[in-house]
Design a protein around this ligand. Structure first.
Ligand code: COA
Length: 260
């Protein structure tokens, strides 16, 4: 499946969505945001997809931000709509019922870091740079940057990145908890696919239960979060995969999960 703005491939349950505007460092214009929205809806609906990997085309960038040339002339109402468009798409990624891995192959700036942060896991090339440079444009983050960075890395890191606008290295992003892993650029694809393959073979309904717990629990009080986890824990006892996983352990064999 291929169209001009996104390159989409699939291998053994791993769907890779590659933003394809390398000449503009994969900047997010409205059409690309809409294409991503549709691509993630497709991935959600397709039972053959177990994991999604999101990345950018070309050697330089994951995504270098929202498209500045498109934003330049927006009115306040259009600006709000542009923000809502991106935020809605990214909330959809965050709430996907299958794991989404951001393969951060270069610059992840502004909307690019915001897009990476709504994914469930982030693996970065050691050459990648991430940041929220909106201040340099007289702007503020508008696709959830202040909120997700705050939750991922805390107030100090959020205020440092947003107020200064200075990009940081992948290694520093790792120290701050913004990315999960940093690998040599030449090994990024192989390492990401190894992780994606591992998740593609895991029990899908258990993965979904954990994604739900973290999404819901991250937004409510401890009591409600614990209650919600208990309900989700009970729910996995209805799955064939739970019987298979526990039986395989007891029978000293590898489990084969079928997503039921
Ligand atoms: N929106 C629109 N176009 C962008 C863009 C963005 N966010 N980021 C890069 N581009 C375009 C450039 O305008 C340029 O297009 P052109 O060849 O038609 O002039 C092309 O992508 C290549 O970028 P360039 O700036 O020449 O590459 P570089 O290697 O010199 O610099 C960056 C790379 C990432 C440091 C620089 O492109 C940059 O600062 N981008 C903006 C980052 C930003 O502020 N993002 C937040 C937006 S809210």
């Amino acid at each position: 499946m291929t169209d001009s703005l996104l390159l989409i491939t699939e291998d053994n349950g791993v769907r890779t969505i590659r933003i394809n505007r390398p000449d503009k460092l994969n900047a997010l214009n409205a059409a690309t945001i809409d294409a991503l929205d549709a691509a993630f809806s497709d991935a959600e609906a397709d039972d053959s997809v177990r994991v999604v990997v999101l990345t950018g085309s070309g050697p330089k960038a994951f995504v270098a931000g929202a498209d500045i040339s498109e934003m330049n002339t927006l009115t306040p109402v259009q600006g709000r709509d542009f923000s809502l468009r991106g935020t809605r798409m990214m909330r959809g990624v965050e709430k996907l019922t299958k794991p989404v891995i951001a393969m951060v192959n270069g610059f992840a700036l502004g909307g690019g870091l915001e897009l990476a942060m709504c994914c469930h896991l982030r693996i970065a090339a050691d050459s990648a740079k991430v940041g929220q440079p909106e201040i340099n444009l007289g702007l503020i983050p508008g696709f959830g940057g202040t909120q997700r960075l705050l939750r991922l890395a805390g107030r100090a890191a959020t205020l440092e990145l947003c107020l200064t606008g200075a990009p940081i290295t992948a290694e520093r992003a790792l120290q701050l908890g913004i990315v999960n892993r940093v690998v040599p650029a030449a090994e990024l694809e192989a390492e990401t696919m190894k992780l994606a393959g591992q998740l593609a073979n895991a029990a899908p309904l258990a993965l979904r239960g954990m994604l739900d717990c973290v999404n819901i629990g991250g937004e409510c009080g401890m009591e409600e979060g614990l209650e919600y986890e208990s309900v989700q824990f009970g729910l996995v006892f209805s799955t064939e995969d739970m019987r298979e996983g526990t039986s395989a352990f007891l029978e000293k064999r590898k489990p084969a999960f079928n997503g039921r």
